[in-house]
Design a protein around this ligand. Structure first.
Ligand SMILES: [Zn+2]
Length: 450
């Protein structure tokens, strides 16, 4: 009796473990949360430099690392200045996914994100859900399609042509390559990866659109075919995943038809394409947005491989707030007394007003270029950083407190007696506070941050 009971208990215990293992491996296939993807990126990403500081030579080093991991990396073309353009491939499945980044040289976020994505897929290819992705699809990606533009950190290629307006004329080697890679392979899905302005908003609220999505129509009439319906569901999945990290900061990009752009033409040529535009998020660095891209790509692949995209409601994507502009600015100084220095014919004038200033797009390693946008009536904009400067007279470093000038600002307590015509104002009358290149270099504690 005792023996039988022991045997019975043993077999029940074995059965329990068999079921447990089955459940866990099923969960492994089908459950991959955005949080886990983000944690995986935190633990083990390949990219090390900020995207804006990543040049062609750095990309080549990343690609060497991918080659060492065993990924297929092939040189597929040359830029106008004969820089190599590469394509990376992973997976063996029948569904063909094609991605490209940085066709605009100063739009770099997706380039390291693609590198991190391939490294992750390769390193984790024995995990059930990753294996499933590799069996379902073959992924090809061209990171940094415009290496000459990336080197100069400019939008256009070396010929001064916007590659994303060259899909029809094909005057650039980069556009010809991109079209050839598509035509030779006829991918089933395209991912067109860009950056948008940092001050783009998600809707009309003063909230930065850190990521904006667009399911690109293949015609001006905006015909919604099966490929685009699928892409809308995939985009819904990506948006839902990103909501966990950046709620309120996800926008929908304008779906206006652009006949010479690549996204529109890819969709027209039979590769329904999803556009991902990375913006900015104040207080978060560029690497955070690399991580958001990584989460978005893998969420998309996971949803396709497991079929879960079929259960997503396209309305999550369709109802994303449309991209907006004109509501946000980097810096606002409220309640200033603005000094217009004396001219040979007129005395100095001091009048109340606000000042707004914006930071230009440039490499993270460079000193930020911050310029005055408006002085006086700055309109209904909100500053990502707002300062209450009542009680101060404000003058630009060179006395030119007006739109377009650099926002190097001297703040003087109003009770001080200043000769605004002084030749070396800073030396003769040291300011109480100085705002320069996007930060307070003196007297920050005197100024109220709103
Ligand atoms: Zn772009």
């Amino acid at each position: 009796m005792q023996v039988e009971r022991t045997v019975y208990l043993r077999s029940m215990r074995r059965l329990f473990f068999v079921i447990l293992i089955a459940v866990v491996s099923l969960m492994n296939v089908f459950a991959q949360t955005p949080e886990k993807l983000a944690a995986a990126w935190d633990d083990d990403h390949v990219s090390t430099a900020f995207p804006s500081d990543t040049r062609h030579a750095d990309l080549k080093k990343y690609l060497d690392q991918l080659k060492k991991l065993g990924l297929k990396v092939a040189q597929v073309g040359l830029s106008n200045a004969n820089r190599e353009i590469y394509q990376v491939e992973w997976g063996t499945g029948p569904l063909k996914v094609f991605m490209w980044s940085q066709m605009h040289g100063d739009e770099p976020t997706a380039t390291p994100a693609l590198v991190d994505m391939f490294a992750f897929l390769k390193k984790n290819s024995d995990r059930d859900w990753v294996k499933k992705i590799g069996e379902t699809m073959t992924i090809r990606a061209v990171p940094m399609l415009n290496p000459d533009g990336a080197e100069l950190y400019q939008r256009r290629n070396l010929q001064g042509i916007d590659i994303n307006r060259d899909a029809v004329d094909l005057k650039t080697p980069e556009a010809r390559l991109l079209k050839q890679l598509r035509d030779d392979w006829s991918p089933n899905i395209g991912f067109n990866l860009h950056n948008q302005q940092a001050l783009t908003t998600a809707g009309n609220l003063p909230q930065q659109a850190a990521i904006s999505l667009l399911v690109v129509f293949g015609d001006e009439a905006k015909t919604l075919d099966a490929g685009q319906e699928r892409n809308q569901r995939i985009a819904s999945g990506m948006a839902a995943a990103l909501q966990k990290f950046i709620p309120g900061h996800i926008g929908r990009y304008s779906d206006e038809w652009t006949p010479t752009a690549f996204g529109d033409n890819f969709s027209a040529w039979g590769t329904p394409t999803i556009l991902i535009e990375t913006g900015a998020l104040h207080g978060r660095d560029e690497m955070y947005l690399v991580k958001m891209n990584f989460v978005a790509y893998l969420t998309a692949f996971h949803s396709i491989a497991t079929g879960s995209e079929k259960t997503y409601d396209p309305k999550i994507y369709v109802n994303l707030p449309e991209n907006g502009s004109g509501r946000l600015i980097h810096y606002v100084f409220r309640g200033a007394n603005i000094v217009e220095p004396a001219t040979p014919t007129a005395p100095a004038v001091i009048k109340p007003g606000d000042i707004s200033a914006f930071s230009e797009r440039r490499r993270a390693s460079l000193v930020p270029s911050v310029k005055i946008r408006n002085v006086g009536n700055i309109g209904a904009v909100t500053g990502l950083e707002e300062f209450d400067v009542k009680g101060f007279n404000v003058i630009q470093r060179f006395g030119r407190t007006k739109a377009g000038e650099i926002a190097d600002l001297f703040f003087y307590k109003r009770e001080r007696n200043i000769d605004w015509a002084a030749t070396d104002l800073e030396k003769q009358f040291p300011p109480d506070a100085i705002f320069s290149a996007g930060k307070w270099t003196k007297g920050e504690n005197l100024v109220l941050k709103k």
